[in-house]
Structure formats: C-alpha cells, structure tokens
Design a protein around this ligand. Sequence first.
Ligand code: IPM
Ligand code: MG
Length: 361
Amino acid sequence: MDLHIAVLAGDGIGGEVVGAGMRVLDAVAVKFGHVIHAEHADVGWAALDKCGQALPEQTRAVCNRNQAILFGAVGLPDRDKTLPLQERPERVALLELRKGLFANLRHIFLPRGLAPRCPLKDEYIAGGIDIMIIRELTGGLYYGQPQGISGQSPNRHAVDTMVYSEMEVRRILRVGFETARKRRRRLLSVDKANILATSQLWRENAIAMGREYPDVQLEHMYVDNASMQLIRRPAEMDVIVTENTFGDILSDEASMLAGSIGMVPSACLGDADSSGKGATPFYEPIHGSAPDIAGKNLANPAGTILTVAMMLRYTFGLQAEAHAIDAAVYAVLDEGRVLTGDLGGKSKCSEMTSAILDRLR
Ligand code: IPM
Ligand code: MG
C-alpha cells in the first residue's frame, strides 16, 4: 500500500519526536511491504522565521494533498508572548489544522512496566489503566463567538462563548458509543448539566442515543466529579466522551495515569465531506514543544510512536501494523531498561527509539 503523509515537525522537541516516529514508520513499512511517501513542511516558529507565517499556504497545500498529517508540536512560550493571542502559532497553526476534525481520541494506557511511574498507589491501578478519552474538538469555548476583551482598563470586559449545536453534540456522542462498542462497552459521558445549557443539551442527547446502544453501559458524570473519579477508580473507566474544554483538562490529568504526558498519543478525525475527502486527519502526541529539553535528544518518543500506530489504524486500516508498533513500545517499557528521563531513566530519545525498532524487526 502507498501511504501519503504530511510531516509537520514544528517547534521545540517536535523535530526529535517526529523523527523517531518516522524511523518507526519506515521500519514498519519495510516489514509489511508498504511504501511511505512523506512530504515535510514547516509550521509554527520554524515557518514564522522563514516566511513570517506560522501556517504558510505551502504547508496548507501539503496537508491538503496528503492522506494524513503527522504533527510534532508548535509554540515556544518565550517567543509566543511577543505576539497577540490571535497570532500565536497554537491558534494560527494548530487550531487551523484541526478545523473540521471534531473527534479527538486520546489514549491513556499504563504499561505494566511503568506502574512505578504512575503517582497512584498499586491498589488503585491493579485493575490496569486503559482509557480512551474522546474530546470534542471543534466546538465549545475554543471557537464560540463572541470572544474577546473590550473596554478600557480597569473596567474591561471579557467574554468567551460556549456554544454547541445538537448536530455537533450528536456526532461526537456517536463516536463515543461506537468506540465503546469496540472496546469494553462502557461509556462515561462527562458534562456539567447541573449548570450549563450546552451540557443539558449534551445529556439529553446522550440519554436518547443510549437507547440505540443497549449493549453499551452508559454512565453520566459532572466534570468536577469525573476529575476526582479518574484518580479514585481509573481501572473502571473505558471510554470517556466530553466537550472540548473538559476534554482538554481531563486528558492532561489522565496523562499522569499513563506515567508521563510524553506517553499519550492522539488522533483528530472528521467526516468525509460531499467531495468524499474532508479535512486531512491529524495525528499528534498530546505533549507540547518542551523548549527546555529541545535539541538535547532527551524527549520521550513513545507518545509520537504510538501516534503513528493510531494513524495506521484509523486512516489506513492497517491493524496488524499498528498492533506491531504498540507491542514494540510496550515491550520496551515493560522491560524498563531503556527509558527517557520523564520515565525515570537516563536514555536518549534516539536510544529508546532504537530499542523499539529492535523489537519490531
Ligand atoms: C492540547 C493543547 C491545545 C488545546 C492548545 C495548545 C491550544 O492544550 O492539544 O490539548 O487546548 O487543544
Ligand atoms: Mg491540552
């Protein structure tokens, strides 16, 4: 099979982790007889420095003509501060590329070998941790209008708008139910229906849709309680579906259950449009650009390598290939000999990648 992939490394550790991901992808391609066509393009500060735009037309074109985007990270906090909010790479590049991709799947999995890295006591994690967080990605506070600050200091006024249509709510809930059906058939729908109108709409639709899925055990929880239950009984959680901001926060919290935020892969998926294409699926580790360790070969490559597995699974339907990557990563982590600093080890990014490659061959 020919796989056409846009590769956007971006800023900070983006280049190192995406490089690691591509090494693994190339190895899988050789092993299973696929051909990778990778087109690299600049994004974030790398692009701003070259041509004054965080998401140049050229990069957009590369994204549009490929089947999937493998993305590292954008943004450098020290330099971001020099730009108005609207012009920062996170907004100009990341939020732009995610447009149309309403389903963000973030997989929280604790390999056995990383149990000592999980801050919870053994009794809480004995049942294993394997949670798929499905975050709505194109609605809510992130894009709702009006948004902004008006007036004169000290009497300024700021507004963000949380808005959801029933269509947006239903299509993400659908992803939640379908995903639960392929896993352990438990769906936790997270909202704030005691306060928010958007959440009331959410819950009504979740309950109604639940009748179509009698085989899926549906539970509802307010987001504050969910953030507590994630720590108290994570082993009972299977699929969590929630709106954009809640999902952003809960997924960072949950990442610690996987031992490190550097472990968590993600996929941003949409629907095909009338032309049959739609926005190009976007794959990224959930961690940021970590400028403090950039260029030092210290970053944990696992999040990006697992992201490559998600790309093979969801965009290309290559289950065996995806499974081979997951298994190689988890084998290295379980063995616990070659680990990066965030996992308590002393290995370099490239060494951990090589150890994973050795398991793949
Ligand atoms: C994430 C990040 C982004 C988000 C930021 C960088 C805009 O926190 O991917 O979780 O809030 O979606
Ligand atoms: Mg976040």
